[in-house]
Design a binder for this molecule. Structure first.
Ligand SMILES: Nc1ncnc2c1ncn2[C@@H]1O[C@H](COP(=O)(O)OP(=O)(O)O)[C@@H](O)[C@H]1O
Ligand SMILES: [Mg+2]
Length: 275
């Protein structure tokens, strides 16, 4: 059932989000096709999370966001979710006291009638078993989610989107704080799920990007600065200037924060590769 849906594109046109007159997203247009694993990068404050908030209905926005031809802007959060759109947050939001299986079951329940939720069931629903396998948590299924390592919590959160048959996944810094091994495993997982879904990954880690991105959009100050393959984006002088310009060590955030007139954000915009 999971892979039989038609493959859809995300089309964002002239997206604008304003906070009290401040343009956090300032006319962004981008298209992500099915099977693409698009990385969205950019210095702190570039507008990456706000863009995801706008797509998922959490931030009011102007312009247009279409997925599979449906206009998303102006719809409430739950209606957007029902169109097969899901996101993760920078900090994982799982039910810590419940088991991995129960977390997945509850997520799957969002699609099931209430009475089947309340009924005692024997066995594991097919989509839950499949998601467990895809995210590599089959052996952990009975553990309380709160006892999972950081990386596995993120995988569980991705699994919770898969059981909802999400077709567009927007992942906000999924590998932040992960070990090298967890990053590799997460990259492989994103590749697997990206084959028959549309996946947008916000990430800062350049090694991770080089290893797994199939295309990259660079945001800066709410606008698209550059777009292309990893090689194209890395070769773009504007990207080097804004994002890779100086080695991050040259302006530690703490130093910048203590320097009058230089905000930590400006310092990050100047060269921090990792947030
Ligand atoms: N709810 C909000 N109210 C006011 N300003 C916000 C809000 N959310 C984000 N911003 C501002 O919008 C800009 C973009 O933020 P964000 O999308 O979180 O950046 P990124 O995820 O790229 O680091 C930042 O300058 C941030 O301070
Ligand atoms: Mg962010």
């Amino acid at each position: 059932m999971m892979s039989e849906h038609e493959l859809k594109s995300l089309e964002i046109t002239d997206l604008r989000v304003t906070f009290d007159g401040f343009r956090a997203v300032d006319g962004v247009s981008l298209r992500v096709g099915p099977g693409d694993l698009r990385f969205l990068i950019g210095p702190n404050g570039a507008g990456k999370t706000t863009l995801v908030d706008a797509v998922t209905g959490l931030a009011a926005a102007g312009g247009s966001v279409r997925f599979g031809g449906n206009e998303l802007l102006g719809r409430p959060v739950h209606r957007i979710a029902r169109l097969g759109i899901g996101r993760t947050f920078q900090t994982a939001t799982v039910f810590e006291k419940l088991s991995v299986l129960q977390n997945l079951d509850i997520a799957a329940g969002a699609r099931r009638p209430l009475r089947t939720l309340l009924r005692q069931r024997r066995g594991i629903p097919e989509e839950v078993g499949r998601a467990l396998e895809t995210v590599g948590l089959t052996a952990d299924r009975d553990r309380p989610a709160g006892t999972l390592a950081h990386g596995k919590k993120q995988w569980l959160e991705i699994g919770m989107l898969l059981v909802q048959d999400v077709q567009l996944l927007l992942l906000d810094e999924p590998v932040a704080g992960m070990s090298h091994e967890e990053r590799e495993a997460t990259g492989e997982l994103l590749r697997r799920i990206g084959r028959d879904r549309t996946v947008v990954v916000i990430e800062h880690d350049m090694d991770f990007l080089r290893a797994f991105a199939s295309s990259v959009t660079v945001l800066h100050a709410g606008r698209v600065l550059s777009e292309g393959t990893v090689a194209e984006v890395q070769a773009d002088p504007r990207v080097q200037e804004v994002y890779l310009g100086q080695p991050p060590e040259t302006v530690p955030e703490s130093v910048a924060a203590a320097t009058p007139g230089v905000t930590a954000e400006a310092a990050a915009a100047g060269g921090a590769v990792e947030a």
